[in-house]
Design a binder for this molecule. Structure first.
Ligand code: GLU
Length: 515
């Protein structure tokens, strides 16, 4: 097979929708799996929907997700490719030329109907219970319509504003071959004479999309199901162009794969109203790209062959992805599942990988808060890997390594009041102070030695270790739960432990302690 060329062709609406991320991902996976090319093309022919900075933002988000295109709009000296420009508003001449071919071959015609007239026709059809469709008022006599050629010519010569519409053939069944859905048939009667070129000189999506897919040598069109109903129009356009072209210019349509709808948990179409839909929202909430990509990959695809694997790395997805295992039925976007995938990725990551992710977040946190231990120590790989090892079973997000276990980096400022009430007795201060002093002699300051010291001390006082363990955790971390106390003490080190025990004894004053 020739190497596939696929494209992600979003309109620049200002943010990347999670559905768009899925489309981009499936295109990317398909291209990478087969050694093909992943193209990013910006479809900005609807100038009323333009958003400043949208393209830059889109490219940035795709790169963050690891879906860097092989060909894309040129921006800041990056991108480009042999089939550019990759922004449709920079290709207007190309569309104009192609539209003229269709007019010449009798597959398209000029339409002078005004917006008001069209609206009236639409209302009337609605009243009559008919499907709204252009009434072909300007279909020329030469194409079987009622508009005299002389009147069309007169208006064109006078420079009257007009659109150009495709002439959909009558009494035809148009077949769309779709990899996901099989053969889908459309009766031509149900298809409108679609506007191809608007009066402002901009093409519509349909014309630009087909022309670009052809010129950019796209082999597979992988896109959302909402475009399926447009596809018969596209199939006709390929046919029209093919009939008018030289034999060596092959206008055979690409292969189509329409991806299932994304649904809210109540099975309505995924919408902003029921939650976040922008990739950036999930990124800002702290989801990792690995988890988001994994989760989105499962929205419509499964490995098949009875596999129950749900956690995949990008490399595994590239290896295992196939369009044959994309399903037809809508895929529910379930946040609890995303959270689970995120946790699984954290659990399976090596300590070194986690340390590298924690570090930038910690550096950020250190801008607003000063650390207790030297910054070069707590931001060092070794330290962060130890924190990762202790906490990775306990956190749901990378950011929680810092928020849930801030005591690895910052001195506790508060002590859980409930735990103080429960665990602190009037004797605790004296006991902990005494034990704190004994820590000086623990050598090496490692989990096993700290544990042994605590047990010996408790025994000498006729106490159970628990009588000391709980207040010790409170004084060193401010919390009543967490990873192994002895390990965390080893990580934060002797000096910090001794200092924290002293400070807690001063801060947890008698009035906080029930007598
Ligand atoms: N511009 C369309 C969109 O915004 C592209 C559809 C297609 O891939 O053909 O999704």
């Amino acid at each position: 097979m020739t190497l596939p060329r696929v494209r992600f062709a979003p309109s620049p609406t200002g943010y990347l929708h999670v559905g768009g991320l899925r489309t981009a991902l499936y295109n990317y996976l398909f291209a990478k799996k087969h050694g093909g090319t992943f193209v990013l093309r910006i479809e900005d022919t609807d100038q009323t929907r333009l958003v400043e900075g949208a393209v830059k933002n889109l490219i940035e988000v795709l790169e963050w997700a690891g879906l860097t295109p092989d060909e894309s709009p040129e921006l800041n000296g990056k991108g480009g490719g042999a089939f550019g420009p990759y922004v449709q508003s920079k290709r207007l001449e190309i569309y104009k030329r192609h539209c003229e071919i269709l007019v010449k071959s009798g597959n398209a015609y000029h339409c002078f109907s005004t917006a008001e007239e069209l609206e009236e026709v639409r209302k009337l059809q609605q009243k009559q219970g008919l499907q709204p469709k252009y009434n072909r008022k300007w279909l020329p006599e030469s194409l079987g319509g009622g508009a005299p050629e002389s009147e069309i010519k007169r208006r064109l010569d006078a420079g009257e504003p007009h659109a150009i519409r495709m002439k959909v053939p009558d009494n035809r069944i148009i077949k769309v071959e779709d990899i996901v859905r099989g053969t889908v048939e459309f009766a031509s009667e149900t298809i409108d004479d679609q506007v191809l070129m608007k009066s402002d000189g901009f093409p519509t999506y349909h014309l630009a999309n087909v022309v670009d897919d052809h010129l950019m040598q796209i082999t597979h069109v992988i896109r959302g199901e909402e475009w399926l109903s447009s596809t018969p129009k596209h199939v006709l356009l390929y046919e029209f162009f093919g009939a008018a072209a030289e034999p060596q210019d092959n206008w055979a349509p690409p292969l189509f794969a329409h991806l299932p709808l994304l649904l809210n948990p109540d099975r309505t179409k995924l919408s902003k109203r029921q939650g976040d839909v922008a990739v950036e929202d999930y990124r800002a909430k702290g989801y990792s790209k690995e988890a988001l990509i994994n989760f989105v990959a499962l929205l419509g695809w499964n490995e098949g062959g009875g596999s129950e694997q749900e956690i995949f790395s990008m490399d595994e997805l590239v290896e295992k992805f196939s369009l044959e295992h994309v399903g037809k039925s809508g895929a529910v976007f379930n946040i609890e599942k995303l959270d689970w995938v995120e946790q699984q990725h954290i659990k399976r990551s090596t300590d070194a990988v986690l340390a590298a992710k924690i570090k930038p977040m910690l550096l950020d946190a250190l801008k607003n808060k000063s650390a207790e231990l030297p910054v070069e120590v707590i931001t060092g790989d070794l330290y962060l890997e130890q924190v990762a090892a202790q906490m990775k079973e306990r956190v749901n997000f990378i950011s929680e390594f810092i928020t849930f276990s801030s005591y690895f980096f910052f001195e506790p400022e508060t002590y859980e009041p409930e735990a103080v009430k429960k665990r602190w007795t009037p004797e605790t201060n004296a006991l902990l102070t005494e034990f704190g002093l004994q820590l000086e002699a623990v050598q090496p300051f490692a989990a096993a030695e700290i544990e042994a010291a605590l047990k010996t001390f408790a025994e000498s006082k006729g106490l159970k270790p628990a009588a000391l363990v709980h207040p010790l955790r409170l004084s060193t971390t401010g919390t009543s739960f967490g990873p192994s106390l002895y390990h965390l003490m080893e990580i934060i080190g002797k000096d910090a432990c001794m200092r924290r025990i002293k400070r807690a004894a001063l801060r947890i004053t008698a009035d906080a302690v029930p007598s």
